[in-house]
Design a protein around this ligand. Structure first.
Ligand code: SF4
Length: 204
């Protein structure tokens, strides 16, 4: 498993670099100080992303790590009280489950967002955090990844081949599930507070 998580870290770096190059080329960098996408509730991240994030937390300075984990636990307590999420069943298995947690956490910010709008786990952040912003479009303007709406220009798929990245990510996920004794990849996700606080390996 360690080897797969390490490969995933390399994949994240590669995907971030490619995306950064594309944003520079097309002049579509996020506005400095904008953190809206980190402050409107929880989106889903893959189980591999979650396991990588938890493992990469050891690179975060201890005080920051403690603070982020404490905030994540506070948020999970609130969500459990509202019966919107359960630590005993932290996987999101369907689109309605993803929609539901996203709606019910809409007033919460990411536990890794500090008071100045900076990401406290920037180098360890999940994949979607690295590639979200401008819309990515394929041929005939087909939407490949819907952006936040603040950009008037897009990134063409030719400059950020998102499906190639997704395929690479899926190969690593497949390897992770295989290692855990599964025959095929499971379409299960979770949320950042769960990734920061729970050992999700046992949910493979
Ligand atoms: S991990 Fe960082 S970039 Fe991602 S939502 Fe949280 S604060 Fe934002």
């Amino acid at each position: 498993m360690h080897r797969i998580v390490k490969k995933y870290a390399t994949f994240l770096e590669k995907s971030s670099n490619k995306f950064r190059e594309a944003t520079k080329k097309h002049g579509v960098q996020c506005k400095s100080g904008c953190y809206e996408c980190c402050s409107v509730g929880f989106f889903d991240i893959t189980l591999l992303d979650a396991i990588h994030l938890r493992s990469a937390l050891k690179e975060v300075p201890p005080d920051t790590r403690k603070r982020v984990i404490a905030k994540a636990n506070e948020q999970l307590d609130i969500l459990e009280k509202k019966k919107a999420f359960s630590r005993k069943d932290p996987l999101l298995k369907t689109l309605p489950a993803i929609d539901s947690i996203s709606r019910r956490s809409a007033k919460m910010s990411c536990p890794a967002l500090d008071d100045n709008g900076a990401c406290l786990i920037y180098n360890q952040r999940p994949h979607i955090c690295r590639i979200f912003g401008p819309t990515i479009r394929g041929p005939r303007r087909a939407v490949r990844l819907e952006g936040c709406g603040y950009f008037s220009k897009d990134i063409p798929e030719a400059d950020y081949p998102i499906f190639d990245h997704y395929n690479e990510e899926k190969d690593l996920q497949r390897a992770m599930f295989k290692k855990a004794g599964r025959k095929r990849l499971r379409a299960v996700d979770t949320i950042i507070p769960a990734a920061l606080t729970l050992d999700l390996k046992k949910w493979l």
